[in-house]
Design a protein around this ligand. Structure first.
Ligand code: PLP
Length: 360
């Protein structure tokens, strides 16, 4: 039996993708072996790697002067890879701190270069995205770093900020492929796969080619973008099976209308849930409305005790991983691409039942 998994990541994968993967588990495409057993130097695997890249390029409309890399170490590894690869001209970078991961990126940046917090929303518990203008960034910064969707706090940018030419780096881990973005508004995008792209183990980097050519001489070889570009992400043994599932997720997304189509569904799912919360007179989401994420929806009930009861009873009803992050408490529903509308409907129905049964 499949249940509705609201985990912030790793999270649900489309059932159709799991079925396809299951079908090819023992004999992939007539090769007589599983992708898990396959050399990354073999023709069938090279085909998977190429297809994954081509599909991502098509789905996100990635311009030809951008490289697409499939690397390891999670989005967290990119907190180090970014300063070591592109923060090498003036060794200065400006970070916008809108949550825990944005802060971690800033902290790691500080290890490698002169990093400053150009703006932050910590004054209001990360419940909004600060207004940004080019004058807030140092003109000689090597890049500006933002986290486009804040997984823990449930906020998102509405647009890419104007940096007046300073390279813009965005952590899109928890929103990539959920809505259309203009890739050329950014110079580097990275995302851990385990929310909208596939299973954990692989991380996507989309980077303007010229930025791959200025790595620090001391940058570890596995982190070097130029090295990964030259080797088509196959410098060492990659997480073959994860990348294979990514390819299947991308194929499925394309077959189902691509990013514009899933965006419509995502917006409708999120609107429904926020509308219910706002009209409930029981549950509260504290994020300022314009910045509400369509992927991660944190909310609280009238008390901590009721929150705990909610999470436990929801799990019994087949709605799992609704516990909020420890920094925020309460509940969080992560409703990524693979969460069907029926899952959101089931959550709302449960919330209503719970509210009626636990009036205060
Ligand atoms: C926005 C964001 N950035 C970075 C990370 C860290 O990702 P990873 O665990 O792949 O290193 C996460 C994980 O949830 C995230 O949501």
């Amino acid at each position: 039996m499949r249940i509705y998994n609201f985990s912030a990541g790793p999270s649900m994968l489309p059932l159709k993708v799991l079925e396809r993967v299951q079908k090819g588990l023992i004999d992939h495409d007539g090769s007589g072996m599983s992708v898990m057993e396959m050399s990354h130097r073999s023709k069938p695997y090279e085909k998977i790697n190429d297809q994954a890249e081509a599909l991502l390029r098509e789905l996100m409309n990635v311009p030809s002067d951008y490289d697409i890399l499939f690397v390891q170490g999670g989005a967290t590894n990119q907190f180090s890879a970014v300063p070591l690869n592109i923060g090498t001209v003036n060794r200065k970078a400006d970070y916008v701190v809108t949550g825990n991961f944005a802060k971690n990126a800033y902290k790691e940046g500080s290890v490698h270069l002169d990093a400053v917090v150009a703006a932050s929303s910590e004054d209001k518990d990360f419940t909004y995205i600060p207004e940004l203008s080019p004058s807030m960034f140092r003109r000689d910064a090597d890049y500006v770093h933002i986290c486009y969707n804040n997984t823990i706090f449930g906020t998102r940018y509405i647009n890419a900020p104007d940096t007046a030419g300073i390279p813009l780096v965005a952590d899109m881990s928890s929103m990539i492929l959920s809505q259309t973005v203009k890739v050329s508004d950014f110079d580097l995008i990275y995302a851990g796969a385990q929310k909208n792209i596939g299973p954990a183990g692989v991380t996507v980097v989309i980077v303007r080619h010229e930025l791959t050519e200025r790595a620090d001489a001391k940058c570890p070889v596995m982190l070097r973008y130029d090295n990964q570009v030259k080797n088509k992400s196959l410098y060492n043994t990659p997480p073959c099976f994860s990348t294979y599932v990514v390819m299947e997720v991308l194929r499925y997304l394309k077959e189902n209308g691509g990013v514009a189509a899933i965006q419509k569904t995502n917006e409708a799912k999120a609107a429904k849930l926020y509308e219910y919360i706002d009209n409930s007179d029981y549950y509260v989401n504290s994020v300022q409305k314009p910045f509400r994420s369509i992927m991660n929806v944190p909310f609280v009930s009238p008390s901590k005790e009721l929150d705990a009861l909610f999470v436990a009873q929801a799990a019994e009803a087949g709605l799992v991983s609704l516990k909020g992050h420890r920094l925020v408490g309460g509940m969080r529903a992560s409703i990524y691409n693979a969460m069907p509308t029926e899952g959101v409907d089931a959550l709302i129905a449960f919330m209503d039942k719970f509210k009626k049964a636990n009036r205060i």
